[in-house]
Design a protein around this ligand. Structure first.
Ligand code: ADP
Length: 302
């Protein structure tokens, strides 16, 4: 093996097959790939969730989808790869949690009360008000840390909340995982968001990642006073895009102030308001996602 760089992941050297007692002789790239592969081997489905655009509710949808899959009885992990806005800890009411390393190597993810395992940069930074201004090499190390050092154990699903865009971080994640099982694209209904969603779809296709489907978020608002439906960001754009590009449409999530409030207080609606239209829509999304990946299987009753 050609040694091209020094391994910097010292605390995982103990478990790495390249370990040579005291000196890690691994080529850094080889070491990283071994580590990521080691973790991903125990995960059935690795799914990226992206939107290309920020603010369309990608983290909110990913978190509720992960919670919904966990409620369906699956073992689920949620990797928050949005390193410039690592909001998932807040969405699961774990802002003050810090992750701990295991002596034998690896970091233990945070576990919610319904068994969802979560890892995020938000668990590692001291001051949540500080911006992240990292060069690509540091971002790369973080992604390896997230994919290779978190000890997820056995999972049915690992959902990876991608940062906005289709650049270095997204490419590195897909490259290191190697066999991403699917991409879920979150959009809002208006043309401006759809324009960016198209780029996410083209990126996934170009990267040979199967498209699980499109989710339309903030679809319609039911007026709390007159109960009329109001299309704040229009309606149906996600479905039309799915039809045009011949990809599955996974469903729509309403624009609902309760989602905003519950997200702010770290209580995903799926758990805190299970009878709401939004929670039911997320459960349906979970079902549609599972059906796409397991067309032959009947889903456990939710
Ligand atoms: P992104 O990850 O795409 O940047 P977020 O998930 O952080 O977006 O959501 C942005 C804001 O929109 C948050 O305040 C969140 O609570 C809110 N939000 C997301 N989806 C909905 C929805 N369907 N209804 C109401 N508010 C929503």
């Amino acid at each position: 093996m050609v040694v091209t760089g020094e391994c910097r992941l010292n605390h995982t050297c103990e478990m790495c097959e390249y370990n040579n007692d005291t000196d890690c002789k691994a080529d850094q790239n080889e070491h990283n790939r071994w580590l990521v592969n080691f973790r991903m081997n125990n995960i059935k489905y690795k799914i990226i969730v992206g939107s290309n655009k920020g603010g369309v509710g990608k983290s909110t949808v990913t978190t509720n989808l992960a919670v919904a899959l966990a409620e369906k009885g699956f073992k689920v992990g949620l990797a928050d790869a949005d390193l410039h806005g690592p909001n998932v800890p807040k969405l699961v009411d774990a802002d003050n949690v810090r992750l701990r390393s295991k002596d034998e190597g690896g970091i233990v993810p945070y576990e919610t009360r319904n068994g969802l395992k979560v890892a995020s940069l938000g668990f590692l930074i001291e001051d949540p008000n500080m911006h992240i201004a990292w060069r690509d090499a540091v971002k790369y190390d973080f992604i390896i840390e997230l994919l290779g050092n978190i000890d997820w154990g056995e999972l049915d699903y690992l959902l990876i909340d991608l940062p906005p865009g289709t650049g270095n971080e997204q490419i590195t994640i897909i490259d290191f995982i190697g066999d991403v099982d699917g991409a879920i694209v979150v959009t809002t209904p208006q043309d401006l968001a759809l324009l960016d969603a198209r780029k996410m779809i083209s990126f996934a296709r170009d990267s040979n990642v199967p498209i699980v489907g499109i989710i339309e978020n903030m679809s319609t608002l039911t007026c709390p006073h007159c109960e009329k439906e109001v299309d704040v960001f229009k309606q149906g754009g996600g479905k039309s895009l799915a039809e045009e590009l011949v990809i599955p449409y996974l469903g729509s999530i309403p624009l609902d102030g309760e989602i905003t409030r519950r997200s702010d207080s770290g209580e995903p609606v799926v758990l805190s308001r299970p009878d709401s239209i939004a929670a039911k829509a997320f459960m349906e999304l979970a079902e549609n996602t599972h059906k796409f990946l397991n067309p032959q299987e009947t889903l456990k009753a939710g």
